[in-house]
Design a protein around this ligand. Structure first.
Ligand code: GLU
Length: 381
């Protein structure tokens, strides 16, 4: 009954863990959840008020397929100012961020084409390639140098069939940020080899030290860049499913065809919420400061537990420690934590082969939970 393509795709490790955790919670267990990367903050009230007002005013119908013109314009203006590169509204398409990624794969890749994806990298980059019949090829992030690029490895993996490279800075699951030197290296590759970079910048507002640098820092790169970002992490709006893609006007036209035949347009309510969110820079800043505190508590706590070897994250709300516990691999260890300590984490292997002895800990949960989690982890002898 089911197509071979869909059969080849694994469930999302991050999403499917929710079910497992909920089953334990339903059985009365106090589970400490370090698994899903979902902000625990409430969506800022003025964003919700504005979106609700617009609904009551009757804005509950379709919008133009690439997004409300006012919103596209505002995204373009804000991006231009923040990233210091001039783009206009025709380079913007409004859609949920995950769909923006999938639509970029659809727009760029023919069956058999190769796409380079980071190892470690977010769980869906690989499966989206399978969904469009393309071949994902891992490139290494160098764990010894805080997960920066292994430039030689990338050069070696680019071949005749390589159409695109996915980058994700700040990175999920490591919390690392690509250096300006690495970004420059990638920009040079794009110019020389006519490959497109798909840059997932969803964690851009969660850089603890320094400022986020977009891959797109020069208008001439637009032809070979697809930038995706959104409001889920910056404004705690995961359930509103709203984000955007920035690329050349031509690419946006093609992606809009995909949107017209699949989504029609992003949800109208969510688009108005996004419009309001663009006026709110203080909530992301406050949330970031809170995540930074949590990071520090977690770093200090895990330092005391010898089975973990940590790289303190520079950004995001993820930490990606190495584990050394009775020879268990990431899968065995994650199951053990859930069953014995009621702590849920994501096994590193879900983020690529280099994660065999790592776990991802999401600290998008309150300090009290983090402290309790650390106390429980101290029992691992
Ligand atoms: N990106 C978040 C995570 O890695 C949310 C879940 C998902 O989309 O995979 O946990």
């Amino acid at each position: 009954m089911v197509s071979s393509v869909v059969k080849s795709v694994s469930p999302s490790a991050t999403i499917s863990l929710i079910n497992k955790e909920n089953a334990l919670k339903a059985a009365g267990k106090k589970v400490i959840s370090f698994s899903l990367g979902e902000p625990d903050f409430t969506t800022p009230i003025q964003i919700l008020d504005y979106a609700s007002e617009k609904m009551r005013e009757g804005y509950t119908h379709y919008t133009q397929s690439p997004g409300i013109p006012e919103l596209r314009k505002k995204i373009a203006e804000k991006f231009s100012i923040e990233k210091n590169v001039k783009i206009d509204d025709k380079s913007v398409l409004v859609t949920p961020t995950k769909f923006a990624l999938y639509a970029s794969y659809l727009a760029l890749l023919d069956p058999g084409d190769e796409i380079l994806i980071p190892d470690p990298g977010w769980v869906s980059y690989i499966e989206m390639a399978h969904l469009v019949g393309a071949k994902p090829v891992y490139y290494k992030l160098d764990e010894k140098r805080n997960f920066s690029l292994d430039q030689e490895d990338i050069k070696n993996r680019i071949g005749e069939k390589t159409k695109a490279i996915v980058i994700n800075s700040p990175n999920n699951p490591t919390g690392s940020v690509l250096s300006n030197e690495d970004l420059k290296f990638l920009r040079d590759i794009v110019r020389d080899r006519k490959i497109t970079v798909i840059s997932d910048e969803i964690y851009e507002k969660l850089v603890f030290e320094g400022k986020h640098e977009s891959f797109l820092n020069d208008f001439t790169l637009l032809e070979n860049s697809i930038i995706v970002s959104g409001f889920s992490k910056s404004h705690a709006m995961t359930g509103l499913r709203i984000g955007y893609m920035i690329s050349s006007e031509e690419m946006i036209k093609y992606v809009d065809r995909i949107q017209q035949h699949t989504m029609t347009c992003a949800a109208t309510y969510s688009q108005y919420a996004a419009l309001k969110a663009l006026d709110d820079d203080s909530s992301p800043e406050k949330m970031k400061m809170e995540y930074r505190k949590r990071r520090d508590v977690l770093v200090e706590g895990l330092k005391e537990i010898p089975i973990f070897k940590i790289n303190p994250p520079q950004a995001t709300f993820y930490m990606y420690p190495e584990i050394d516990y009775k020879g268990m691999d990431s899968m065995e260890f994650s199951n053990y934590l859930l069953e014995k300590l009621y702590i849920s984490v994501v096994p590193g292997i879900a983020f690529g082969p280099s994660g065999k002895y790592r776990i991802r800990i999401s600290f998008s949960t309150g300090i009290e939970n983090i402290k309790e989690g650390i106390e429980r982890l101290k029992n691992l002898k």
